[in-house]
Each structure stands twice: as structure tokens, then as C-alpha cells.
Design a protein. Sequence first.
Length: 370
Amino acid sequence: MRISQGQLWLNFPMVNAVRARSGFLLRLAESLTITGAALLASVMVFSIFVAIMKVNPLQALYAMYLGAFGTSFSWQVTLVKASPLLLTGLCTALPMRTGLIVIGGEGAFVLGGLFAAEAAHFVPGAPTIIVWLVMAAAGCLVGGIWIMIPAALRVYRGVNETISTLLMNYIAIAIFNQLVEGLFHDPNSLNNPSTYSIGDNNMIGDIGNSQVHWGLIVGMGVCVLAWILVHHTTLGFSADLAGGNPKAARLSGIRINRVILWFAFLGGACAGLAGMIQVAAVQERANDGLNVGYGYAGILVAFMARQDPLAIIPVAVLLGGVHAGKILLATQLGLPNSAALVFQGLLFLFILGAETLYGRFSIFQPQVRT
């Protein structure tokens, strides 16, 4: 039997490896190009918005840059803001691997932080590491169950998870407010209803002499572990197959429902852990300061990163910079804090729109030689 030149090309291992790497680089270039174009379009429209408010767009953009990345102090603020986004981004990214569009990170975040703060009081006098582990377990468990509920409704009753998770955010915030102002309320917190303090000795410290807490390192570590789970485990392969081709997954013997529920739980656990870190590293207690939109911003992080756990790290830093940059917008130019939210919303809009562009440009498609 004669082997054609095309067959020899396709079966030569080294050539196949080169082609695989070339395909990865093309996909990376496509993602960077389209995401960069969406970012540029967002900046242009935001500049028009700022100009309408009678502020020089270049001054506004420069102020945002200075507030986010211009100085060492700005970088520290940005990294602190990015810390919860690393984990709330995973709350959307992990379930999305199985085909679920989960936007309930805000609810999992606030409830995870609330019950983590309360869990600290169940081990009074325990070593700090034990307190952290108990708080983390409580936050992860509550956040995981909260996101697994709408996933179960989707799997067993066909309820749309996007709508149910959105509505459950409002339920979570209502439960949070009721408990903070009622059962868990510290009577000494009059002007700002809060839970009891977890204690100074149980706070997560800063890295060296900086103002960046160790929660940032924890968030990055979880992103790395999530990347390993997604790309180098059987469970991760099953999740991708369940999300991409459910029929093939069932024929392969994969228990799709179980995989979906597991990834929903893991995503919610990440958001709950983010709430725990926010309490233990920043706030010392649970109060309305948890409900500032970190869960919603995590949705944008996940979409910009295209559900890749490692890509979430730089995207979270970028979005953290947007949150940090709004400080100078307000102090130097007199723009309201909501101006940065306008930019974030525009970015979300253009990123969603850019999803329709993937696969449409032949320059980014690998050339198959036969």
C-alpha cells in the first residue's frame, strides 16, 4: 500500500506537534486581537460619554491610568481590587465550561462572606490557621450550594440558569441584609449594621511592607489549580465535552448531570471563598461593604478571559485597575464614581458583541495541508 504525501504529513508526529502549536498561537492571536478591538471600542465610546459631560477625554483616560497603574500605591490598590475578581471570575467561568451561564456570583459572594464571618465565632480561642480553615470551609460550602441550586433546577427541571441565578442574587442580598440587621447583628454597629468582628488576630496580613493582602496569592493559586482541573484532569475533559457536545458525552458514558453540578458547586465555592477573604483581609466583619458588585464584575472577567482560569489573572488585574482608577476620576475631574461603571458596562457590551466575531477571519484559521 502506497502512502500519499498528505498522509505522511498528517501522520508525522513532529509535524503534528508543530501544527498543534501553530493552532494554539493562531487562537491566542485571534483572542487578543478581538478582545483588544472590543477594549478600544469601549474606550472610544467612553470618551464620547466623558466629552458630553464637558470633561477632556484624554484627561479622564490619563487619570484612570494614574489611579490604576501610575504609581506604586496605585498598583497596590489595583491588586487589592483584583483579589476578589480572581475568584468571582471563576464562579462564572467554571460552570460555563459545562454550558451553564451563571451570573449569581454576587449572591454567593455576599453569603459566603457572611457565613464565613459567623463561622469564626464557632472556634473561639483556636489558632489562627484553624479559624481561617473553618471560615474558608463555611464560605465555600455556602457559596457552592447557592450556585448548585440553580444548576440542579436546570438539570432536573429545565429552568433557565441565567434567569434563576440573577433572581437569586436579589434573594441572597435580602437574606444578607436580614441576618446582618437581625440575628447576626452586632449592637455596637449602629451607623453601619455589621456582624461581630472576627478579631484582629484572625485577619489575613499584608505581603511584606505593601498594602496588598495574601488573599491575592490565594486567588492566583486557585486560578492555577482550576486551570489544571480544566485542562489536565478527566473531570475537566468531561466538563468540556458536556458543554460542547452533550449527546457525545452521554454516548461516552459521562454522567453529565453530575459533572454540571460539580462544576457549579466549585464555581460557587470560589465566590464564597472570595467573600471569606474579603472579610478576613479587608473588612474584619460582614456588612454592606460586601455588596459592592464584585460578583457582577466577575461575569465580565470570565467573558473577557473566555473561561480560561489562567487568563482570568491578567483580566482581573485590568478590571481591578478600572475600579481603582475611578478614585482619581472623582477627585481630580469631579466625575461621579458611576463613570467607571459606565466604562465597565461598555466593556461588557462590546465583549459580548465580539463573541460573534470568533471564527470569522480566515487569517486566524489554521491551514490544513492535504
